[in-house]
Every structure is written in C-alpha cells, then in structure tokens.
Design a protein around this ligand. Sequence first.
Ligand code: GAR
Length: 210
Amino acid sequence: MKIAVLVSGNGSNLQSIIDHVTQGKIPGEICLVLSNVVGAYGLERAQQAGIATEILASKDSGLSREEYDIELDKVLAKYEPDLIVLAGFMRILSYAFVKQYEGKMINIHPSLLPKYKGLHTHQRALENKDTEHGVSVHFVTAELDGGPVILQAKVPIFAEDDETILAERVQQQEHVIYPLVVKWFVEKRLTMSDGAAFLDNALLPAKGYA
Ligand code: GAR
C-alpha cells in the first residue's frame, strides 16, 4: 500500500511513521510527503529518508480553497496513494476533496475528541482546568475534526503544567498511536462505513488498545 503524508511543519508524527516503515512495523511504502509550507522541516525529514517530496505553497497562492484542493489532488494523483495521512497539515480541506478521499484519509488531532475541535487545544484544556487531555486519530469527513474516531490516548494534566509540557506529553502519545492506526489501515483491518470506523469489523473507538 502506498501512503501519502501531508505536513505543514515539524513533522515529528511523519518521522514516527517513517521509522515504523523503515523498521518493517508498517508493511507499506510512503510514496510522497507533501507540504503546503515552503521550508517545513517535515520535508527535510522525508528527503533524509529518501522519500519523494512536493511543495504546494498555500500562502499567497491566490487560489480559493476549492482551487487549491484541485491542484492538491492533481499532485496526489501522480502518486496514486491508497491512504492519505494528515500529520499536522494545518489546512481545512474543501468538501469535494474530503468526499473524494473519504474512508482513505486520516487525521491526528491533539485533544480527546469531540472535545476541543479546532486550534489551541492544550491552552483550552488548561484554561478549563481539565484533569485529563489527549489525542485522537480519526477518519476525515466533511465536518471539521468531526469524523469517526479510530483511536485515542489519554494523558493526565498536573496542576503545574504549562502548554509546552502538556503538548510534549500529548505528542509522545501521538508518536505511538498514529503509526499503529496506519499499520491497521495498511493491513486492511481498518474501514469506514456509514460514517463509523471499524477495526476487524468491530465498531471503534476500541477500548484497551494502544
Ligand atoms: C501534532 O501535535 C498534531 O496533533 C497537530 O499538529 C501537530 C503536528 O506536529 N495537529 C493539529 O493540530 C490538527 N488540527 P508534527 O508536525 O510534529 O507532527
């Protein structure tokens, strides 16, 4: 199976997936790393691993969201991916694009969805004095951060935490659960049907994994 990973920044989740592929833990191939940001460090990580990269700059492109996504689709189509992995790809995707890849596109979001959709999730969890926080991997649907959840990992929030420490704690879990979900998909164990996610035909999110 061919995997395309879309990034906008550091690419630490990309790195974790690269490492799992390299170690043979994910039986697939990363066919492309694409970024909408020129100079995103994720591109360098891909190049160091010998993976093809593409840049489709969104800043000052003059394109509407729909027009950008048509260009994005043209680039992706060249690589014929079976799975699209959004790994810190900080763009909202158009309805048509999402529909086209529904069931084949996953995202990682730094909160325990359905809590804290959108941005600044760590800050919001701290401001609300939550005692736990976490990360979710979900199929991408037309509703922003609203697609069916596949897997979540929880972390505690301690009284002395700041945003940086909490983000680090969450990211450690991201690097564990995202490769696991990619592995499930590549093994053809993970599907989306009627707006729900299934692993080995059992309804997700699963309890007791990760
Ligand atoms: C991750 O923490 C991911 O959960 C978040 O961006 C970060 C990317 O880090 N994604 C979102 O906020 C999506 N709404 P990385 O570039 O080091 O993988």
